[in-house]
Design a protein around this ligand. Structure first.
Ligand SMILES: Nc1nc2c(c(=O)[nH]1)N[C@H]1C(S)=C(S)[C@@H](COP(=O)(O)O)O[C@H]1N2
Ligand SMILES: [Mo]
Length: 260
C-alpha cells in the first residue's frame, strides 16, 4: 500500500477515535475501506465536513506569505517525471506546442496555447502547500485564475464540477494504466486564489512540480492540486470518471473534500 494512503488511514483512525468511538470502535474500522458500511460512514463524514467548511469559509482566502517565508524549493511529490510519450514529446520542445483543452458542458470549447495562457491577466501568490503525508512548503505561484479560463469557455448552467485530466500515468495495473485526475466544485473553481500555475518562485514551473501547467487550489490538501494538466472538462457529475469518487487518490480512499 502506498505510504501516503497508509498514513492517511492512520490519521483518519485518530480522528475517528477522537470523535468518540463510533459504534464500530474495536474493530479495525479503517483497515477495510472496501467495506461498504465503512465507506458510507467515511463518505457522510466527508460530506458533513464539506458542508460545514463551505458555511464557515464562504469566500475566505487562504493565508498568503512573503518571500522571506520561503525556506526551500517546493518539494516534488507524487509523479515528478512523467514518462508518457505525448508528454515527453512536448517537454522536448520546451512545451512550445502545449495546448490546454477546455471542453464538456461549455458554450465555447477552447484550445489555449501557452502564449495565450500567459498573456491573460496573471495572479501571483505565496502560499503554503500541505501534503497529506504531513509536510508543508511555502512557495510563490504565478498563473492564470481558473475563473478567467472558465469565463471564456462559458459554462452551461448544469455544470457542477471541474474535472482536470493529467498527462502522467501514476499507476500501471492489470486493468490498464491510470492517469492522474482530480475534480473540484465551482466554489473552489471560481475562488480568486484558484489558479492554473505556470510559474514557481519567479521562474518557470519545473517538470517536477507539474510543468507546463498545474492547479493551485489553496484551501485544500496537495493531492487536489493536479500537476501536468492536459485538459479541463466541465461536468455535472464525476460518477463515470475512474471509480466515481472524483480523483485518483479519492478512488483509493482519500476524502474528496480535502479542506485544511
Ligand atoms: N498529475 C499529478 N498531480 C499531482 C500528483 C501526481 O502524482 N500527479 N501528486 C499530488 C500530491 S499528493 C501532491 S502533495 C502535490 C505535490 O506537488 P509538488 O510536486 O509540486 O510538491 O501534487 C499533487 N498533484
Ligand atoms: Mo500529497
Amino acid at each position: 500500500m502506498p505510504r501516503e494512503l497508509l498514513q492517511r488511514r492512520n490519521f483518519l483512525r485518530g480522528l475517528t477515535a477522537g470523535a468518540g468511538g463510533i459504534a464500530l470502535a474495536g474493530c479495525d474500522l479503517l483497515d477495510d475501506t472496501s467495506d461498504s458500511r465503512v465507506r458510507r460512514v467515511l463518505a457522510s463524514a466527508n460530506d458533513l465536513s464539506y458542508r460545514v467548511q463551505r458555511l464557515l469559509q464562504g469566500d475566505a482566502l487562504a493565508p498568503e506569505f512573503t518571500r522571506a517565508d520561503i525556506r526551500q524549493p517546493q518539494r516534488p511529490n507524487g509523479v515528478a517525471h512523467p514518462q508518457d510519450e505525448d508528454y515527453l514529446a512536448l517537454a522536448a520542445g520546451d512545451f512550445a506546442d502545449y495546448r490546454l483543452e477546455v471542453s464538456g458542458l461549455v458554450e465555447t470549447p477552447l484550445s489555449l496555447s501557452r502564449e495565450q495562457l500567459q498573456a491573460m491577466p496573471a495572479r501571483t501568490q505565496i502560499t503554503r502547500h500541505d501534503c497529506v503525508e504531513g509536510w508543508s512548503c511555502i512557495a510563490e505561484w504565478t498563473g492564470v485564475p481558473l475563473s478567467t479560463v472558465l469565463a471564456m469557455a462559458r459554462p452551461k448552467s448544469q455544470v457542477r464540477f471541474v474535472l482536470l485530466r493529467c498527462f502522467d500515468t501514476i499507476e500501471r495495473g492489470l486493468s490498464g494504466n491510470v492517469k492522474y485526475y482530480e475534480t473540484i466544485d465551482m466554489v473552489d473553481a471560481l475562488h480568486p486564489q484558484t489558479i492554473l500555475a505556470y510559474g514557481l518562485n519567479q521562474g518557470p514551473l519545473p517538470i517536477e512540480n507539474g510543468a507546463p501547467l498545474r492547479l493551485r487550489v489553496e484551501r485544500q490538501l496537495g493531492y487536489k492540486m493536479a500537476k501536468y494538466v492536459r485538459a479541463i472538462e466541465l461536468v455535472s457529475t464525476f460518477a463515470d470518471v475512474g471509480d466515481g469518487r472524483g480523483g485518483y487518490w479519492e478512488d483509493r480512499g482519500y476524502d474528496w473534500y480535502a479542506g485544511i
